[in-house]
Design a protein around this ligand. Sequence first.
Ligand code: ADP
Ligand code: GLC
Length: 484
Amino acid sequence: MNILQVSAEYHPLLKTGGLADVTGALPHALRAHGCDVRVLLPGFPAVLAGLQQAAELLRFNAPWGAELRLWHGSLPGTPAVQAYVLDAPGLLDRPGNPYEDAHKQPYADNHRRFAALAWAAVQLAQGGDSRWTPQLVHGHDWHAGLVPACLVHAGGGQALLPSVFTVHNLAYQGLFDAARFPDLGLPWSFFQMEGLEFWGQVSFMKAGLHYANRLTTVSPTYAREIQSPEHGCGLDGLLRRRQAELSGILNGVDDTIWNPATDSLLPHPFSQDQLLGKARCKAALQTEAGLHTHADAPLFTVVSRLTEQKGLPLVLETVDGLVASGAQLLVLGNGDAHLEAAFRAKAQQHAGRVAVRIGFDEAFSHRVFGGSDVTLVPSRFEPCGLTQLYALKYGSVPLVRRVGGLADSVTDTQPDTLASDTATGIVFDHMDAAELAHALQRALALYRHPTQWQRVQRAGMRQRFSWDEAARQYAALYRELIAP
Ligand code: ADP
Ligand code: GLC
C-alpha cells in the first residue's frame, strides 16, 4: 500500500512535541505491515536542510497565486524514508518555532502556510510524481486538516483518494477569520456547519474531522473523552456523529531511540537486570543540574512543554512540601512565560533541591529520564503522552493523572497490583493540589521500600509499547479503505 503521510513535524528533523516522535516512527514501523510510506512536510529551514538527494519534482500555484515548489528526496534513517518537501519562499523559511514568531504569536499567514501543504498533497494524489502515486493520505493534526477537504474538492465532490486523519491534540485547532477563507482555494460551499465552518471561523481541525474517511486519535481513552463536552473543545457533537469511524490507537516507543541499554546519550547504560548504571546516571544528572548529589534523595523530574495542558501549576503548588520531605525536583521545559518564571523562582528558593532548565534539549531529556526516580505528568488532558512511556522504559516511575493516554499506559500501585507485579506507577484522579500532594507522598513511601520500589520499576521497564502493534492497527485501517 502506498501511503502519503502529511505532518508539520518529523523527528529527527523538527520537533516541538510528541507529534514529531510519532510521525518519525510510523513510516518505519509500517514497512513491516506492507506499507510504503512517503512523507510530505513543509519546507521549514530544518526540514530543507535535512533533505538528502533533493531534486525539484514540480511547481504549482497556490490559490493566492504564488508559485510553490515540491522537492523530492530522502530523509536520514535506516532505511531512508522518501520525502516530499514543500518549498514556499517567504512563507515557510522562517527561523525558530515553526508556528509562531519570536513573540510567541502565531504567524498571521498560518492559514496560507498549511493550505499550501494540503494542495501539495493534492498534487501528489493527482499523479505529480510519475514514479510513485499514493493510494491513501494520512494527515496528522490541524496542520494537515485541510488535506481531506482539498481531496474532496479536487475530486469534484468525491475524494480523489481515501484519507485518515489523526488527532494528536484537539486543543490546537487552526482557527482563522472567515475573511481568510478565499485564500484556501475551496468553494464557499465548504464554509458551512456541515463543513469546515466553526462558529463563524475557519477550522482546519474541523475540516479534517468532517472530510476524512476515518478518524483516529492516539489513545483509546482520549477517543472516548473527546466525544464529551468536557474534552471535546466544541467538536464533541461532530465526533459523536462520527463515532463509528473514530478509533484510538495508542502510540508506541521507538526502541532504537529510547532504550537505556543502548542509549549513547546516557553517561552509563542500564537495564532492568542491571540497575547500577541508573544510580550512576542519577548522580551525574544531579551534578549536571546543580542538585545536591544525595543518592537517597528521590529525584522527581518533569520533561514537558510548559503549557496549560500539562497541569504544572499543581506541581508549583506542591513543590515546597515535596522538598520538605527530602525530595528533589528537576524541570526541563519551555513554553508559557509565567510558568517558566515560576519554576525559575522555585529553583532560586530551593537551590540544590530544585533545578530548572528552560529550553528544548533533546539530548538532556535522555539524561533526565535516565537519572530520574519519578516522572511527573499531572496533565489536565493528555491525548497519549510519550514522556510517561519513556519514563517507564528508563526505570523512572511515572506519577500521572488518570486521563487520556496516561490512564491507558500506567497502572496504579495498590496492594493487589503490587502483588500481581502489574503496578507500574502512581495514578491520581482529580486536578487538585491536595490529591497531587497525596500521590507524591505515596511515591515517597514506596521509594522508602526498596524491594517494592524495584518491583514497580522493573514492571514498568518490562512494558512494551511497541510501534509494531500501533502500525498493525493503522495498516488494518488503511486496508479497509483501499479498494483491492
Ligand atoms: P506533547 O506532544 O503534548 O508535548 P508528549 O509527551 O506526547 O507531549 O511528547 C513530548 C515530547 O517532547 C517527548 O518526546 C518529550 O521528551 C519531548 N520534550 C518535551 N519538552 C522537552 C524539552 N524541553 N526538551 C526536550 N524534549 C522535550
Ligand atoms: C500531542 C499530545 C500528546 C501526544 C502527542 C503524540 O502533542 O499532546 O499527548 O502524545 O501528540 O501523539
